[in-house]
Design a protein. Sequence first.
Length: 49
Amino acid sequence: MSTKIGFIGMGIMGRPMAKNLLAAGHEVTVYNRTESRCEEVVAAGAAKA
């Protein structure tokens, strides 16, 4: 069962945590004030808010 998760902040901790949640099969939506910080996680399958 996948869970929808929203993540704010793609810094040192946020980016790896979001990627691990994606790898575990969850639906992840990410946001960061600087949009370019989201690119790596969006490329891994997250949606951008």
